[in-house]
Write a protein that binds this ligand. Structure first.
Ligand SMILES: [Zn+2]
Length: 108
């Protein structure tokens, strides 16, 4: 068993399930751990309750990482452009902050 991936926030936890099916399609045996701990939220910090993706066979690790990287870059490409609310610059979707003034995309 080897730890592979966990989302940073609860709202990204859906990614774990997407990646699991992606890996299984490539015949990388994997499992999601922690998912049942959702019940225990309140006693544990939310971070500890996030689902995490583990692979069974350590030898699959490089392949699994590659798949995740490929998936992430394909996700980034599909992100749409956004307009900075501060300076009005149009920013490519893969950037999370404005190159002109440094404003974070999701700051309000
Ligand atoms: Zn800006």
């Amino acid at each position: 068993m080897k730890y592979l991936f966990a989302p940073n926030t609860m709202s990204e936890s859906g990614e774990v399930y997407v990646l699991k099916s992606l890996l299984e399609k490539e015949e990388v045996a994997c499992v999601i751990r922690n998912e049942h701990l959702f019940i225990a939220v309140g006693e544990l910090s939310p971070q500890e309750c996030l689902p995490a993706l583990w692979i069974f066979n350590d030898a699959d690790y490089p392949k699994a990482l590659e798949l995740i990287e490929a998936w992430r870059s394909s996700q980034a490409e599909t992100l749409s452009q956004w307009v900075c609310p501060d300076c009005g610059e149009t920013i490519e979707g893969q950037f999370s902050s404005c190159w002109q003034c440094g404003k974070q995309r999701y700051e309000t």
